[in-house]
Design a protein around this ligand. Structure first.
Ligand SMILES: [Zn+2]
Length: 126
C-alpha cells in the first residue's frame, strides 16, 4: 500500500479511535440500561461489523459498537495502527492477500479479507 493511502487510513483510524473512546467513556458513565443491552444482544453475537450485515440503523450501529464490541474495536484499531507502523497494514492475517480497499474504507481495522472473514464466521456457526 502506498504511503499516501496509509496516511489516509491512519487518519481515519485515529479519528475513529477518538470518537469511540469518547463514546465509550460517556457510555460507561451513563451505565447503559439492560434494555439497550437486550436490544443489541442479538446483533452483537455476530463477529461481523454491522456494515457487513447491512440494513442496520445508525443508532443500532452505535449501540452495537459500544455494547457489543466497544473495547474490542478499540483494541482492533490499536492493532491496525501498529500494523500501519510496521508495514503489514491491509494484509489479511490468514491468507496474506491485500484486503480490498473498499472493505478497509468501511472497516479500517479489518484484519481479514472478506473471504477469510466469511470462512471464520461459517466455522463459528457450526
Ligand atoms: Zn484472507
Amino acid at each position: 500500500m502506498r504511503t499516501r493511502e496509509l496516511e489516509r487510513f491512519k487518519k481515519i483510524l485515529l479519528k475513529m479511535r477518538k470518537e469511540l473512546k469518547e463514546d465509550w467513556d460517556s457510555f460507561e458513565k451513563e451505565n447503559l440500561s439492560q434494555n439497550i443491552r437486550d436490544q443489541v444482544g442479538q446483533v452483537s453475537s455476530f463477529t461481523t461489523h454491522p456494515a457487513d450485515i447491512g440494513s442496520i440503523t445508525d443508532e443500532q450501529e452505535r449501540a452495537f459498537l459500544l455494547a457489543g464490541h466497544g473495547k474490542d474495536i478499540l483494541d482492533s484499531i490499536d492493532r491496525a495502527l501498529v500494523r500501519i507502523e510496521n508495514g503489514t497494514y491491509g494484509k489479511c492475517k490468514m491468507c496474506g492477500v491485500n484486503i480490498e480497499n473498499e472493505r478497509l474504507l468501511v472497516i479500517p481495522y479489518a484484519e481479514f479479507c472478506r473471504a477469510c472473514q466469511e470462512k471464520i464466521e461459517n466455522e463459528e456457526m457450526v
